[in-house]
Design a protein around this ligand. Sequence first.
Ligand SMILES: [Zn+2]
Length: 278
Amino acid sequence: MPELPEVEAVRSSLEPLICGQKIAKVTVHHEDVIAPLTSMAFCRALENSIISTVARRGKYLLVGVRDDASRENLLMVHLRMTGQLICEGAERPLKKHTHVVITLGNGKEIRFTDVRRFGKMVIFPGGDVSSDHGLATLGPEPLSDDFSPAYFYERLKNKKVRVKAALLDQGIVAGLGNIYADEVLFAAGVLPMRVCSTLSKAEVKRLCQCIKKILAEAVLHKGTTFRDYVDGEGKKGGHQDFLQVYQREDAPCYVCGRSIQRVKIAGRSSHFCSHCQK
Ligand SMILES: [Zn+2]
């Protein structure tokens, strides 16, 4: 599932290809990815707009579109499990499971493909995202100064949930999913099943620093590709070669040599080393 580094790689690869382009035509093959809008309303809202910005918030891609009345609207794309957003030439064959095609003024196409069809494209008129609960309640960006050890400790100190679940809570910190949560906990030396309220200030500070460090590294490597993830040019990421624990069940820990273990926490697999993490 694309997390912050993968969505950031999609954003940074798409930006030079689509920014400033006019949207000439929109074709919707499956209406469920644009629900509750109908195809007609979705196409009408986008056609003849100019793409003005390509931004990211947490795991959401936010494409700014200026309509012919100079109103700035927002097209939000959430890739969820298997979504891909690729800009390519119209001559390239359409992949199976392509649900939306946005044809640009230069003839190139932005194609939204999603095998599992959990992904979403939503238009926010005037850029007002308050109607979207997920976007409106997002916590701070982990790579910004708003996400500090002091903030993080305040949010965790009275929480009775396990720290793995707190890292996945987008309202506490935006952008972490299962891969990077496991990697962060290993790097910080904290077991995923620890209850948040038992964490010391020093442990929370270490977690905060490791979140920033690991996400920044993964952004540099343009994300992690296990199965479906590719960036806006169809390229795979490179961070899978740097993972320490994720999907390494029974393999030896790179630090101590003991076997990496896996447990389910909050319904998600957690990978950890019971020797290196306390
Ligand atoms: Zn170890």
